[in-house]
Design a protein around this ligand. Sequence first.
Ligand code: HEC
Ligand code: HEC
Ligand code: HEC
Length: 132
Amino acid sequence: MYDAGKIIPGLIIFLILITFPLWYSLGQSAPVLGYQVETPEIEQLEEKECVESVSYMRASHMRLLDDWRNEVVRNSRRTYINNAGKTYEISLEATCFGCHTNKADFCDTCHSSLNVEPDCWNCHSEPKESQL
Ligand code: HEC
Ligand code: HEC
Ligand code: HEC
């Protein structure tokens, strides 16, 4: 039988993600989901870029993190080369949270408005928040 309890929230998330460019481009930097991208660290970047394109990150950051974990845990590899040939240290804490220091306003706000609860923080440290 279908598990409506899983399928319906899944569909809602899917629809939100798929229509994201529509309402994201309406012009605000704090879109409907209410999360905040800017941090002092991101302000200081010469090119305001993530490790991959925003559209890829938005849709697939969970897959990227999963690959990163496998690289470290299974293959002992700690360097990631992105699509543009740029290298990054494979580290949730040093790399992702090096720029996204506002986990509460960024990761958590988006996750809680979509009802996603990654259970990574029992083991991995959260960044020390530095707000604008
Ligand atoms: C039970 C504890 C535990 C949980 C829960 C956990 N991890 Fe990890 N993770 C580890 C350990 C241990 C390593 C290996 C650390 C090392 O060798 O540097 C690791 C390594 C990683 C790495 C690569 C190295 C690094 O420091 O970033 C990533 C990325 C990662 N985990 C992501 C995640 C994500 C995403 C989640 C949640 C979905 C998660 N982990 C949940 C224990 C955990
Ligand atoms: C060098 C700084 C930097 C690093 C490292 C970085 N990000 Fe980003 N990230 C950014 C910037 C800047 C943006 C916004 C880009 C834009 O809007 O064009 C962004 C966007 C994102 C988005 C999309 C947000 C949206 O607008 O929908 C997600 C999700 C994300 N990052 C997650 C991560 C994760 C997970 C990691 C680690 C694997 C990571 N980022 C590493 C700078 C970084
Ligand atoms: C634009 C909204 C948004 C932002 C911002 C965002 N996420 Fe997510 N994240 C999601 C969605 C949606 C899912 C669930 C996708 C799914 O279930 O297919 C998710 C899932 C995840 C998962 C996998 C959870 C699991 O239990 O499988 C991890 C880990 C994660 N996000 C980490 C992060 C981190 C770390 C950041 C901040 C650096 C971040 N996310 C920022 C929307 C976001």
